[in-house]
Design a protein around this ligand. Structure first.
Ligand code: MG
Ligand code: MG
Length: 266
C-alpha cells in the first residue's frame, strides 16, 4: 500500500514512456476530423507506440480490448473504439498508456471536432486549467487532498461544473495503477502525503451537469447520468520539492491541434 519512490534512473525511463505516449496522441490529433472512427485512431496509436518500442498499457488490462480509451460527448472515460464516424461538434476524450523498459506512462486529452458549442469548449478549457492547478499542488510534502481541493475548488466553486467522484488519479510506475489514489475532490491537508520522487497521474474528469455517472451496456464506457458532456485531461507528474515536473507533454498534441483545421483550439 505504500507509495513507491522512484530512482532518478527510473524517472528517466518513465519519461521515455511518456514521450512516446505524448507523440502517439499527437498522431491521433493529426488524424481527427469529421468521419474519422475510433478504430482508425486506435490502430494508428497502437502502430505508433509499437514502432517506437512501446506496448499499449491498456490493451489486455482487465481485458480492455484496445490501445485507446475513447469517450465521446457524454462518455466520461473508458469508452471503446468503434466504427462510428465522429461528427462535427463531437468532443472526443482520448486516454492512453504506454509501457516501455518496465515502466508505464498515462495521459489523456479531450479534442473538439468542428463546431463545438461554446459552453462545451468552456468545459474543456476549465477542465484543462484544473489539471494544471492540481499539478501545482503535487509537490513533495503536500497531500492528495491538496490536489483534489484545488481541482474541485476551480471546477465546482469558481465554475458551475462537477468533478466525477467514482474515478480518480493514481500513482504509477511498474504498474499502471499504484498508490495513492488521487481524487478530483477533497480537503486541504487531507489524504496521503506525497513523497519526493513519487510519480502520479493527475486526471480531472469534469461534467457539465450532474457528477453522477453509470456504466454502459458494453461494461466499459462510463457515461454521465444526465447525458451532458464530460471532459478529461491527464498528465503523468514527477513529484519534486517546490515544483513538480510533467513527464508527459501536451506540446506535440497542441502543435498538431493548431495545424488541424478540423479541431477546436482551446
Ligand atoms: Mg489515463
Ligand atoms: Mg490514469
Amino acid at each position: 500500500m505504500a507509495i513507491k519512490i522512484k530512482t532518478l534512473e527510473e524517472v528517466e525511463l518513465m519519461r521515455k514512456s511518456c514521450t512516446v505516449l505524448s507523440q502517439a496522441l499527437a498522431e491521433v490529433a493529426k488524424a481527427l476530423k469529421p468521419g474519422t472512427t475510433g478504430f482508425e485512431i486506435d490502430k494508428l496509436a497502437e502502430d505508433f507506440i509499437r514502432a517506437n518500442g512501446g506496448v499499449p498499457s491498456f490493451k489486455g488490462y482487465n481485458r480492455f480490448p484496445a490501445t485507446l480509451c475513447i469517450s465521446v460527448n457524454n462518455a466520461v472515460v473508458h469508452g471503446l473504439p468503434t466504427a462510428r464516424p465522429y461528427k462535427d461538434g463531437d468532443i472526443i476524450s482520448v486516454d492512453c498508456g504506454v509501457y516501455m523498459n518496465g515502466f508505464h506512462g498515462d495521459m489523456a486529452y479531450t479534442f473538439g471536432i468542428g463546431n463545438v458549442k461554446p459552453e462545451t469548449q468552456k468545459l474543456m478549457q476549465v477542465t484543462k486549467e484544473s489539471l494544471y492547478l492540481g499539478i501545482a499542488e503535487a509537490v513533495a510534502g503536500k497531500r492528495t487532498g491538496d490536489i483534489g481541493f484545488a481541482v474541485q475548488e476551480y471546477c465546482e466553486r469558481k465554475n458551475p461544473y462537477k468533478c466525477v467522484r467514482e474515478l480518480v488519479g493514481h500513482g504509477l510506475g511498474r504498474q499502471i495503477h499504484e498508490d495513492p489514489q488521487i481524487p478530483n475532490y477533497g480537503k486541504r491537508n487531507d489524504g496521503p502525503k506525497l513523497p519526493e520522487n513519487a510519480v502520479v497521474a493527475i486526471e480531472p474528469m469534469v461534467n457539465m451537469g450532474t457528477r453522477n455517472v453509470y456504466t454502459a451496456d458494453d461494461d466499459w464506457t462510463v457515461i454521465t447520468q444526465d447525458g451532458k458532456p464530460s471532459a478529461h485531461y491527464e498528465h503523468t507528474v514527477w513529484v519534486k520539492p517546490v515544483k513538480s515536473e510533467m513527464l508527459t507533454s501536451f506540446e506535440w498534441i497542441e502543435q498538431a491541434v493548431a495545424a488541424n483545421e478540423h479541431l477546436v483550439k482551446i
